[in-house]
Design a protein around this ligand. Structure first.
Ligand SMILES: Cc1cc2nc3c(=O)[nH]c(=O)nc-3n(C[C@H](O)[C@H](O)[C@H](O)COP(=O)(O)O)c2cc1C
Length: 137
């Protein structure tokens, strides 16, 4: 099973989750500026809400994925108020023809003093457990 972890972050929260997931599944978590060059069965993709949407860089990254190189996308991330970017990412993935796993990891993320310290240690642990379960399937 080949696995990759990519993330987009503005304030570091998604990077921390991505590193926890990367450690759990034994691959380096890299920013989305690092393209997927080798085929992978699972791409863990970390992203968040910014002004009610995903960042255009995340959209472009997914748009640029090769469906012959990515078996499926597993979404993960955090947000301050909204629940999940799943639908936004899936809308782009559908266009490219890459399936999204129905399961995802989502938790609260600190933003301007709200949810201070989130994702915290327990979120990091939960993200790692989530990733191990996905890869173990
Ligand atoms: C510029 C900006 C805009 C944001 N807009 C939203 C938003 O519309 N809805 C929401 O739930 N969270 C919003 N947030 C909160 C982020 O989704 C949250 O802090 C997340 O953990 C950030 O992840 P990051 O540190 O990896 O960038 C915003 C954060 C920033 C920095």
């Amino acid at each position: 099973m080949k696995v990759a972890v990519r993330y987009y972050t503005k304030t570091g929260n998604t990077k921390r989750l991505a590193e926890s997931i990367g450690n759990a599944v034994g691959v380096e978590a890299l920013p989305i500026s690092t393209p997927i060059t080798e085929p992978v069965d699972i791409l863990f993709l970390g992203n968040s809400y910014y002004a009610f949407s995903i960042d255009p860089e995340v959209r472009d990254f997914v748009k640029g994925l090769d469906k012959n190189k990515v078996g499926k996308i597993v979404n993960f991330g955090s947000a301050a108020m909204l629940n999940s970017t799943y639908k936004k990412v899936k809308a782009v993935a559908d266009k490219v023809g890459i399936p999204m796993d129905e399961r995802e990891f989502h938790c609260k993320g600190e933003f301007k003093g709200i949810h201070k310290g989130k994702p915290d240690e327990s979120d990091m642990k939960a993200a790692a457990e989530f990733a191990k379960k996905i890869v173990g399937d």
